[in-house]
Design a protein around this ligand. Structure first.
Ligand code: 5SP
Length: 216
């Protein structure tokens, strides 16, 4: 399967959000990646449910929602109601991860689990069969424009082995510091989906940059 590109709107021009959505609709992007931050789980606040509701009215592609928030269970239904297709929670933010995954599934969304750079992929072993997507953070969450952490490749390889040896279809998504320089190596290590914020939206031609990542 060809790899998927998920531009992160965190780096987009919020004053022209509708135009940014239309650009993504018209591009080779596969998903809209939406970063929700609460100022508690991560030291930054981004946007929340009303903004995703607006994006949903203009987006014609999968909404890939990444919750960097504490106690995400409180909002699962609301994110479904504003169009989330994939709902990713952080391993480090969930005391009862299995229950949270059940609740996401009950709402008819794909179940994602994100891992901070210090969190081992092996910790997912007991719940892996209940996860549709593992998001490996390749920077510390909270901000766009950070430097890619090189140790990510080994994590991707180990997780790919875990998934394949169990015959699962779980996708691996990489988030943070993704550029044309590391995209191919991440795919070769076993990633299926690449999130890119600054590299896409701060480039001269975001649509062309998305194609560059898609065809790397
Ligand atoms: O979740 C996050 C940051 O916490 C990411 O989605 C970033 O938004 C990716 O931005 P770049 O590193 O690609 O600029």
């Amino acid at each position: 399967m060809a790899h998927l590109i998920a531009p992160s709107l965190l780096a987009s021009d919020f004053a022209n959000l509708q135009r940014e959505c239309e650009m993504l609709n018209d591009s080779e992007a596969d998903w809209f990646h939406l970063d929700v931050m609460d100022g508690m789980f991560v030291p930054n606040i981004s946007f929340g449910i009303p903004v995703i509701d607006f994006i949903n009215k203009h987006a014609k592609k999968t909404l890939d929602v990444h919750l960097m928030i504490e106690q995400p269970d409180r909002y699962i239904k609301q994110f479904k109601s504003v169009g989330a297709d994939i709902l990713t929670v952080h391993y480090e933010a969930c005391t009862h991860l299995h229950r949270t995954l059940q609740a996401i599934e009950q709402e008819g969304m794909e179940r994602g689990v994100a891992l901070n750079p210090h969190t081992s992929v092996e910790l997912l072993e007991p719940v892996l069969e209940h996860i549709d997507l593992v998001l490996i953070m390749s920077v510390n969450p909270g901000f766009g424009g950070q430097k890619f952490i090189e140790g990510t490749y080994r994590k991707v390889e180990r997780l790919r082995t875990m998934i394949d040896s169990r015959g699962l279809e779980t996708k691996i998504e990489i988030d943070g510091g993704v550029t044309a320089s590391n995209a191919r190596k991440l795919i070769d290590a076993g990633a299926n989906a690449l999130v890119a914020g600054s590299f896409v939206f701060k480039s001269d031609d975001p649509k062309r940059t998305i194609s560059e990542l898609k065809n790397c």
